[in-house]
Each structure stands twice: as structure tokens, then as C-alpha cells.
Design a protein around this ligand. Structure first.
Ligand SMILES: [Fe+2]
Length: 314
């Protein structure tokens, strides 16, 4: 059976990142050529969007993910389907309204995240992405040199309640008992050399606890400085979700933020993440898992960050 020839188009929606890809029906049966076009657009534009992918279910979402690499389970949160589908549901209090890169508290955090909109509120609930490669490239030279020399410790055990005044007790309990059930500490370079494009990217975000070797006050000041450059509106793109939309981002070159402005309306998305590799700084030094001794096996498959290339703990 031959597959009908489709014309894949890629149209930029932001100056520094973001493009809409049309002419593709996502699934596990795409041709190698189409997958190569999607991957090239993803590396070039950092986040790509597809409309009208309502046909996807958990299985087809995962099957498509396998065309980009190896799906991985979240290190602590159980999946929605017993396999790789990660639930992002408003009723769990899962409001990712902090700038972050997914799962950076483990060394080989995901290369790609593929997010599918299942239930969308009548207003609000947009997601923003920021380009961490252009954020680095636009830094003044002395700040680039400073960033090149720094390393930072990332953890999933942050002060959730302090960031969310008015948090419900059940949301706090879920955070402590599920999300932070195993406490991870990983030291990454602040500037990561992208393994596919060679670009230098800022590796920071919500999971950073501190910059290694600095006092708390100095660490907070420097983190705020770099993070301000990442979050500049010119460095971001914003997506207004419709049911059936799919967004794929290069998790090694972006941060993202889920805007919490849809009140109590239901918002439900499903995410499949694709295995990454251990970051390397501009000096060639790799990230290191500080705790626990290894990433435990999840209930299904392999965990994000448990890539065999993980360096020995020192
Ligand atoms: Fe996220």
C-alpha cells in the first residue's frame, strides 16, 4: 500500500522560535522522509505545532514518539496509561506556571517532549516557550563568559508551598508523596553544548536550587540575571491551545511555562517524553547525578535520566 504524498509546510510563528507544521497526520506510520522533515524543523525552530491531530490516542501518541527516539517514563510520577503517557491535568493541581525545562533534576533529561491537548478550557491555559540558545547568544560577551564557567544544582525537591500561596492541602500532599517521592540532585553546566546543533544553550529553570560554589544571595542574584534574559518577551512564543493540537519542543534548547489563568476550568494534556543524553559543558565536563546513587527503575520501561551513558557518580 502506498502512502499518499503530502506536502509538509513549515511556517514560523515567532521571530526567535516556534513554527506551525501543516500537511502531516501524526502517528507511528510516517515515512522516514517526513520524520526527517519534522526533526529538522524541530531543531531549527525549537518548538513546532500541529493542529487537528484529534485522531491520536495514547498508543498512537507513543508510536509517533518512537519515531523521534526512545520514550521514557517520568522518574517519579506514574503514567496515565501504565506506559509512557504523562498526565498534565488541572485537577491534580498540575499547573506548571514556573519557567522550567522538563525533568532537569536528572542527568540525561528528555531531549524532546510531545504534548497533546485533550481537554482545553474556554479561555486561558496557554503555554509559553523560550529559546535558551538565542538567550545565550544575545548575552553581552562578559555574561556569556561568566555563564560558561558556572555549574548549577537542580532538584525536584523545591519549596512548592512557597511558590504557590493558597495551595490546596491535597496538591501539596501530591507534590510531596508523588512528585518528590525520590529526591534527586543533579549538577549540570549552566551552558550546555547542544548534542545535535552544537549551539550553546542556558540550562537553568525552576528546578535549579543554586549555582555551585556561590552563597545563596549571590546564587539568587545570578540566576535572576540569566533567567531575565531567557524570559524576555522577544525570546518567547505563546500558543493558544485547541483540542487536538500537538506541540513538540526541543527540551535541550527551551524553557516553557503553563499560564495558570483559566480559573477552575478543566485542562487536560498528555505528554510523551523522548530520552536525552547527558549534557556536556563548554569545557567538556558532563553533568553528574549527586543523589540518589542511581535513577530507580519505573513501573514500565526506562526512566528519564537513566540513559546508559550516565556518568559515574562522584
Ligand atoms: Fe513542563
Amino acid at each position: 500500500m502506498s502512502t499518499a504524498t503530502t506536502t509538509v509546510t513549515v511556517e514560523k510563528v515567532g521571530g526567535r522560535l516556534g513554527a506551525v507544521i501543516s500537511g502531516v497526520r501524526l502517528g507511528g506510520d510516517l515515512s522516514a522522509g517526513t520524520v526527517a522533515e519534522i526533526r529538522a524543523a524541530l531543531l531549527a525552530h525549537k518548538v513546532v505545532f500541529f493542529r487537528g491531530q484529534d485522531h491520536l490516542d495514547e498508543e498512537a501518541h507513543e508510536a509517533f514518539g518512537k519515531l523521534l527516539g526512545t520514550p521514557v517514563a517520568h522518574p517519579t510520577v506514574p503514567s496515565a496509561d501504565g506506559r509512557y503517557s504523562f498526565p498534565i491535568d488541572s485537577d491534580y493541581g498540575a499547573r506548571a506556571n514556573q519557567w522550567h525545562t522538563d525533568v532537569t533534576f536528572v542527568p540525561a533529561y528528555p531531549a524532546f517532549s510531545i504534548l497533546r491537548a485533550v481537554t482545553i478550557p474556554p479561555y486561558g491555559g496557554n503555554t509559553l516557550w523560550a529559546n535558551t540558545a538565542t538567550a545565550y547568544a544575545h548575552l553581552p560577551e562578559p555574561l556569556r563568559a561568566l555563564a560558561d564557567s558556572l555549574r548549577a544544582v537542580h532538584s525536584n525537591d523545591y519549596d512548592y508551598a512557597a511558590l504557590r500561596p493558597g495551595v490546596l492541602p491535597e496538591q501539596l500532599a501530591r507534590f510531596r508523596e508523588v512528585f518528590a517521592s525520590t529526591k534527586y540532585l543533579t549538577e549540570h553546566p549552566v551552558v550546555r553544548v547542544h548534542p545535535e546543533t552544537g549551539e550553546r544553550t542556558l540550562l537553568l529553570g525552576n528546578f535549579v536550587q543554586r549555582i555551585s560554589g556561590l552563597t545563596g544571595a549571590d546564587s539568587r542574584a545570578l540566576l535572576a540575571l540569566f533567567q531575565t534574559h531567557i524570559e524576555r518577551p522577544e525570546n518567547t512564543v505563546r500558543w493558544q491551545w485547541q483540542v487536538g493540537d500537538v506541540a513538540i519542543w526541543d527540551n535541550r534548547a527551551t524553557q516553557h511555562y503553563g499560564v495558570d489563568d483559566s480559573d477552575d476550568h478543566e485542562r487536560k494534556l498528555r505528554r510523551v517524553t523522548i530520552d536525552g543524553d547527558v549534557p556536556v559543558g563548554v569545557d567538556g565536563v558532563a553533568s553528574v547525578l549527586l543523589a540518589p546513587e542511581s535513577v530507580p527503575d519505573p513501573a514500565f520501561g526506562i526512566a528519564s535520566g537513566a540513559s546508559p551513558a550516565e556518568p559515574a557518580t562522584v
